[in-house]
Design a binder for this molecule. Structure first.
Ligand SMILES: *Cc1c(COP(=O)(O)O)cnc(C)c1O
Length: 386
């Protein structure tokens, strides 16, 4: 059976070149970068080189890169780190959006339960934060604004530079979860008004369990886990050297020819969107233009997204649905509800995220499969009368 992977928003396969770069560090180069002997120095050298690669890819300085275990940890470090550093008398005000990844949302909710005040900005029907509204919500108590660069479910790209400029003018730290954006949007952090940025290697053809937090020089951040003095004490613990090396190689590859790769993905994306919208009662979720090049999210009315996902899986096609079945519940996604979808449209949503190896033929095959399955599922549906 033909296998088609259209879930690159969840994770991506490891690139061959990345694996090749990692292999020596899984085999003979095993030293601890903190050791002073030759084994340690060899490991330290690889660690430094990877840090330089990540910095170069982002237009940052090596000292501004803190390696973490991934996007979740980077988000936690940024938010809790600022909260611990700047809370005056145990509190402070944090602004975020209502469509953040749970790694941000649940971190600020936790802080809200421990004395911080949190504002969850609403978004419009496309999932956009309004910078004017954000500016209006900043007070002299505000210590941090955390708004994602691009949304993982609906692909909407935020006006993050404008948001960053507002934060800078007001003297408030700006953190952005860029996990979905790396490799799709170019960054030059020397010029962009971003103080902290999270990324994760497995979302751009690197290994799982490796990520980083960019922290602009002189930012006040306190550690959230305790131990050794690795990563300027901000992330104690022996470094995941194979992962870090993989991250370095992966980001180098991901940030070369972003334009060419985006163009390829956008073509596939728009072909897929066009075909899906030809099916009756299908609606696009997220912004029509300001969206990630590989992201497609639609609501197929009178169909359960979960049923569509499982039927596609039987045909070898991997997609994801808008119900958070991963969390063990069938609650509709907080993102889809935030953009104003009713429960029926939210439950009927599926996300297809394209990657470099997808082809126009795969898109067409998938469209045929979706059409056939939707027709069959609707025939069985009691609410679908047409
Ligand atoms: C995947 C993802 C994360 C979590 O990253 P991990 O490395 O899996 O912990 C955070 N934010 C966004 C937007 C993501 O897509």
């Amino acid at each position: 059976m033909q296998k088609i992977y259209m879930d690159h928003g969840a994770t991506t396969p490891l690139k061959e070149e990345v694996l090749e770069a990692m292999l020596p560090y899984l085999k003979n180069i095993f030293g601890n970068p903190s050791s002073l002997h030759s084994f340690g120095r060899e490991a330290r050298k690889a660690l430094d080189e990877s840090r330089e690669k990540v910095a170069r890819a982002l237009g940052a300085s090596p000292e501004e890169i803190i390696f973490t275990s991934g996007g979740t940890e980077a988000n936690n470090l940024a938010i809790q780190g600022v909260a611990r550093s700047l809370s005056s008398g145990g509190g402070g005000h944090i602004i975020t959006s209502s469509i953040e990844h749970h790694a941000v949302l649940d971190t600020v909710k936790y802080l809200a339960n421990t004395g911080f005040e949190v504002t969850f900005l609403p978004v419009d029907e496309y999932g956009m934060v309004d910078p004017g509204e954000l500016a209006a919500r900043i007070t002299d108590q505000t210590i941090l604004v955390s708004i994602m660069t691009a949304n993982n479910e609906i692909g909407t790209i935020q006006p993050f530079e404008e948001i960053g400029r507002i934060c800078r003018e007001r003297g408030v730290y700006f953190h952005t979860d860029a996990v979905q954006a790396i490799g799709h949007l170019p960054f030059n952090l020397k010029e962009q008004p971003i103080d902290m940025l999270s990324l994760s290697a497995h979302k751009f053809y690197g290994p799982k369990g490796a990520g980083a937090l960019y922290v602009r020089k002189r930012s006040k951040l306190k550690q959230v886990i305790f131990g050794g003095s690795q990563e300027r004490k901000l992330r104690p613990g022996t470094e995941n050297l194979p992962g870090v090396v993989g991250l370095g190689r992966a980001i180098e590859l991901a940030t070369s020819d972003i334009e060419g790769k985006s163009k390829y993905l956008k073509n596939l994306r728009d072909r897929l969107i066009k075909g899906l919208l030809e099916i009756e009662d299908v609606r696009l979720n997220g912004h029509p233009q300001k969206r990630l090049p590989g992201n497609v999210n639609v609501s197929v009315l009178y169909v359960e997204g979960e049923a569509l996902l499982l039927s596609l899986d039987l045909k070898g096609i991997a997609v994801s649905s808008g119900s958070a079945c991963t969390s063990g519940s069938l609650d509709p996604s907080h993102v889809l509800l935030a953009i104003g979808l009713d429960h029926q449209a939210a439950h009927g949503s599926v996300r297809l995220t394209l990657g470099k190896d997808n082809t126009p033929q795969e898109v067409d095959y998938t469209l045929e499969a979706v059409k056939e399955i939707v027709e069959r599922l609707r025939k069985m549906s009691s609410v679908y009368k047409k």
